[in-house]
Design a protein around this ligand. Structure first.
Ligand code: ZN
Length: 227
């Protein structure tokens, strides 16, 4: 899951005013094998069951309470291919215009993807798309307290089932595309630290103190990282 940080990515973000009381569900931290496992596909027949619906509700509650902008089921110790994500207008108010425009931040209602399949959009050539990967700070609720710069594809298309079992496809750019890549990585046992520019690894406190509100070009230069 992506924490909200100051404007990093992934799992997390300021809580929505409507966020429910923090549930007791703990967020699994790095080192737990569940975060390095390949999550199992959900049998679509399970989706309407009370148990599965309760899982989805719990994931959304945990994401909001953290607060975060995404959560994958393995992060609460459930090795299933389910992710939730949400970015809201309240969080946008905590960002400056540069942070919103550079990152492509946009508010969107909660989305649930069961058995998501991610495709890189905007290019048939992975090499071309890789060359244009934007880089920004991400954090993860399962790597609590830290952040790092991660390059992600600028646009993706994700297909899967929604929380009712209906097929859905979502093609997005910017921050939602980054969140999706981060969360689908969780289902395959991959964490952002596997993809980050290691020289950028930092506590969230240092990141906020040094880089909040600064253009990404300036951040990269100060860290000695190529754009
Ligand atoms: Zn995460």
């Amino acid at each position: 899951m992506i924490p909200a940080l100051f404007s990093l990515v992934a799992c997390g973000g300021p809580a929505a005013p409507t966020a429910p009381t923090a549930p007791a569900t703990p967020i699994v931290q790095v080192g737990d094998p569940v975060l390095r496992s390949i999550a199992k596909p959900v049998d679509p027949r399970e989706i309407p069951t009370p148990a599965f619906q309760a899982l989805v509700a719990r994931m959304i509650a945990v994401m909001r309470a953290a607060p975060g902008v995404g959560l994958a089921a393995p992060q609460i110790g459930i090795p299933l291919r389910v992710i939730v994500l949400e970015d809201n207008a309240e969080r946008m108010k905590t960002l400056n215009p540069l942070e919103i425009s550079e990152r492509g931040r946009v508010a969107f209602a909660p989305r649930v993807f069961v058995n998501p399949v991610l495709h890189v959009a905007g290019s048939d050539e992975v090499g071309d798309a890789a060359a244009a990967k934007p880089i920004f700070f991400e954090g993860c609720l399962s790597v609590s307290g830290f952040a790092g710069l991660v390059r992600r594809f600028p646009e993706v298309e994700v297909s899967g089932l929604d929380e009712h079992g209906a097929p859905q496809t979502w093609r997005v750019k910017g921050w939602p595309a980054r969140i999706l890549q981060h969360e689908v990585d969780h289902l395959n046992g991959t964490l952002y630290v596997d993809r980050m520019e290691t020289r950028s690894f930092t506590t969230q406190a240092h990141a906020k103190e040094r880089f909040a509100g600064k253009p990404i070009a300036e951040i990269l230069e100060s860290l000695g990282i190529s754009p």
